[in-house]
Design a protein around this ligand. Structure first.
Ligand SMILES: C[S@@+](CC[C@H](N)C(=O)[O-])C[C@H]1O[C@@H](n2cnc3c(N)ncnc32)[C@H](O)[C@@H]1O
Length: 271
């Protein structure tokens, strides 16, 4: 059965770029995420993913970073089975299905109201998985999230669409809401922000990118004294499933931290 969604704004529509990267990964010879539900969603919507002209490099970056975010999150949930998990700007990502957290974890997928409604139509309900339709820049939505438990915060592809002030105040609100936890998000340097503005693969979102980027992975520690960098994860160092024609490039990149930072970076913090 095909489902037709109400028209999204260009900002909401950005979810299809990452979703379709996961679809292409699922159809590749050696999938990194093997997200069959992403594929099913795109088929149900009869979405024309070919119109996005997704390159192999973009697909790899989006799926490798999602895998890293999954791994960090999964380790945290294993250590804190009473945790609250938040996926900020979740789009139609099926992370909660991939992670399959125990029913003692409460998981919240947060996105703008139109996207939240679409999630509810397309992604089957799970016990203790909740969808929140809200603009993360607004303060009120956090009131509905339990506050006395360790929290794992994931933001995959959100940061670029917020200004630095918006992102910093979002992190500060989250940090003061919970007793402690971890957060993991893909980050941008000024160079990768420049690339997002100019690369053909991200043409559909170029005008929506507001974040300026920062070079030093420790910079967020200056935004809130509770934030402490656990790890800067460079995707060029995870080559197991990279197709051989791109592996040499990634392998060369992996030798240099500053060159690796010209690609996708995942930052992992505790607070
Ligand atoms: C590139 S998509 C990534 C979606 C998802 N995380 C994924 O990996 O497929 C960015 C998402 O951020 C959401 N978003 C952007 N600004 C937002 C805001 N202010 N509040 C809530 N969601 C927002 C968009 O609606 C979109 O779903």
């Amino acid at each position: 059965m095909t489902i037709t969604l109400p028209a999204f704004t260009p900002l909401e529509e950005s979810l299809f770029l990452t979703l379709c990267c996961r679809v292409l990964d699922n159809r590749s010879a050696q999938p990194i995420l093997a997200d069959a539900m992403a594929d099913e969603i795109v088929r149900t919507l009869d979405y024309d993913y070919e119109a996005l002209h997704i390159s192999t490099d973009l697909m790899l970056n989006a799926t490798l970073r999602a895998k890293k975010l999954d791994e960090v999150t999964s380790r945290f949930l294993a250590r804190h089975p009473n945790a609250v998990g938040l996926d900020l700007g979740a789009g139609l990502d099926t992370r909660v299905v991939r992670l399959d957290p125990p029913s003692t974890v409460d998981w919240y997928d947060v996105d703008l109201p139109a996207v939240a409604s679409a999630r509810e139509r397309l992604i089957p309900d799970r016990p203790n998985a909740h969808v929140v339709g809200a603009d993360v820049r607004e303060p009120d939505w956090l009131d509905a999230i339990p506050s006395g438990r360790p929290a794992m915060i994931v933001a995959d592809g959100l940061m670029g669409f917020l200004s630095q002030d918006e992102f910093v105040s979002l992190l500060n609100r989250i940090i003061s809401h919970f007793p402690g936890g971890e957060m993991v998000f893909n980050s941008y340097t000024p160079f990768t922000i420049w690339v997002a503005h100019h690369a053909p693969g991200t043409k559909t979102v170029a005008d929506l990118v507001k974040f300026p980027g920062f070079k030093d992975p420790h910079e967020p520690e200056s935004w809130n004294p509770k934030l402490e960098l656990i790890e800067e994860i460079l995707l060029s160092r995870d080559l197991a499933k990279v197709p051989s024609k791109l592996r040499l490039y990634y392998r060369l990149q992996a030798h240099s931290r500053s060159w690796s930072r010209k690609g996708t970076i995942v930052l992992h913090f505790r607070f």
